[in-house]
Design a protein around this ligand. Structure first.
Ligand SMILES: O=C1O[C@H](COP(=O)(O)O)[C@@H](O)[C@H](O)[C@H]1O
Length: 477
């Protein structure tokens, strides 16, 4: 049995060994499993390109590997065009291009894995850009090879296919490297607007004192896309909107939105607070049937494109009943949040790309008599993509001198040239797990949505329909 020899056995999840995170400063070798796949060219390599083009560029050597044979030039061209999608090739990107190589082989073959590790040298990052079953098979084989000290393992979502498989994968991974060397990638944690939730809440006198059930009526976290399947039916038809977006990304956004202040911005502190928040998160009023709604698009026009009915899309098994729009309401059972509904929603082929958090404050209990008009409370909208803030506040004089209305305070967040994937990769390459999902959190996110998934699979909740290009089923509020 291989694995590296460390003294991590007594550590709690998320704790570090003395080789503290964030200490890697020299060149790192990134070994990408599934390198010839769509995800690597569409997201991972452009993300890395954006990092290499900016002031936080770091020295990276990439070894791509996969079953498909690729000529050396073909691989280098793929990496180049992914980097070029971010503009001109920077000198750091040129260095990476000059040294990159591709090694074809069976990733479950121990000899192939040994050869890759030999080529990669000290403290490599092994990045699994593959479906969970394939990743698990490769990780199981890594037990039979000696991993170099400082090896980091990075995993694309979904991490496992349910809480049980995520726990099994966690156990396997934990037998190889300490938790702080494990990076479960969720690119939403690399979004400026998501990271800024920490600034908005904990470095701000205005919001934090009212950030609780006493003042907040309800919260929505919405990621509606006009995009359809984009040729990803093989993956999406198995996942559906709930697993694709809510189980992972939106629950993590929720965690940052509701968690208590971390003592420091260290990965241990921040990830512990996120985990604590999610441990208190349950389906609203405990009902798997009432807490969720699902729907699937039929033919229509979205974003000026003619979209066929989901059931007729290439690669879709219509009988499977996969939802393309999901909504789940949860509550956070803490003194701070009890009773507040948090609705998480995401879907494809919708009419409007609505990507925002909407925090609705309670109206004041009493207004001076003589003030007329709307008495709505404030609403804070936090745009997720692009990063924008808009606070609607009651104001006098909108329709007459003593008539209440709403005015808006708007701000745009500074945009980063580093893509969310690049931001997450930056942490991985430095060995800092701050923007990576901790193992227990990955399991917890599955546990929260599993009762809903089970109710949907058992047909206990109807699969509604909406026209592509609409804003969802007409019967939904
Ligand atoms: O992980 C995913 O995220 C994207 C949405 O994120 P974006 O950064 O591309 O806007 C979603 O389209 C995709 O289905 C999902 O797998």
């Amino acid at each position: 049995m291989g694995g590296i020899i460390t003294t991590h056995a007594a550590l709690l999840p998320g704790e570090r060994t003395s080789a503290a995170a964030g200490q890697h400063t020299g060149q790192r070798t990134l070994v990408i499993f599934g390198a010839s796949g769509d995800l690597s060219s569409r997201l991972l390599l452009p993300g890395l390109g954006s990092l290499l083009a900016g002031p936080r560029a770091t020295s990276v050597r990439i070894i791509g590997t996969g079953r498909s044979p690729l000529a050396p030039d073909e691989w280098t061209d793929r990496v180049r065009s992914a980097f070029e999608s971010r503009g001109e090739i920077s000198s750091a990107a040129a260095d990476t291009l000059a040294t990159t190589e591709y090694v074809a082989g069976d990733p479950t073959d121990v000899e192939h894995l040994r050869a890759l590790l030999e080529l990669a040298g000290p403290a490599p990052v092994l990045y699994f850009s593959l479906p969970p079953a394939v990743t698990t098979a490769i990780v199981a084989k890594l037990r039979d090879v000696e991993l170099p000290e400082g090896t980091e393992l990075a995993f694309e979502k979904p991490f496992g296919t349910d809480a049980e498989s995520a726990a099994a994968l966690n156990q396997l991974v934990g037998s190889l490297v300490p938790e702080e060397n494990v990076h479960r990638v969720d690119h939403f944690l690399g979004r400026t607007a998501v990271l800024n939730l920490i600034g908005l809440r904990f470095a701000n006198r205005l919001f934090e004192p009212v950030w609780n059930a006493e003042h907040i009526e309800s919260v929505e976290i919405v990621y509606d896309e006009t995009l359809g399947l984009e040729g990803r039916a093989q993956y999406y038809d198995n996942a559906g909107a709930l697993v694709d977006m809510i189980q992972s990304h939106l629950l993590l956004v929720l965690a940052l939105l509701v968690m208590d202040a971390p003592a420091t911005m260290d990965a241990v502190e921040v990830r512990s607070e996120m985990a604590r928040a999610l441990r208190s998160t349950h389906l609203y009023r405990g009902s798997a049937i009432e807490a969720g709604r699902r729907a699937r698009y039929s033919a229509g026009i979205a974003d000026d494109r003619v979209v066929p009915s989901y059931a007729d899309e290439d690669g879709v098994d219509a009988e499977r009943g996969t939802e393309t729009l999901a909504e789940v309401t949860v509550e956070v059972d803490t003194n701070r949040w009890a009773g507040v509904p948090f609705t998480l929603r995401s879907g494809k082929a919708l009419g409007v790309a609505r990507k925002e958090i909407v925090v609705k404050f309670k109206p004041l209990r009493h207004l001076p008599s003589g003030l007329n008009g709307a008495r709505d409370g404030e609403t804070l909208r936090i745009g997720l993509n692009p990063g924008e803030l808009s606070l609607s506040v009651p104001a006098l004089g909108v329709d007459g001198p003593y008539t209440m209305g709403q005015v808006f305070l708007d701000a745009t967040l500074p945009s980063s040239s580093v893509l969310p994937y690049g931001e997450v990769l930056s942490g991985i390459l430095r060995g800092d797990p701050l923007l990576s999902v901790r193992g227990d959190v990955a399991e917890r996110c599955w546990e929260i949505v599993e009762p809903v998934l089970a109710a949907w699979r058992a047909g206990e909740v109807p699969l509604d329909e909406y026209d592509a290009g609409s804003n969802g089923p007409g019967t939904w509020k």
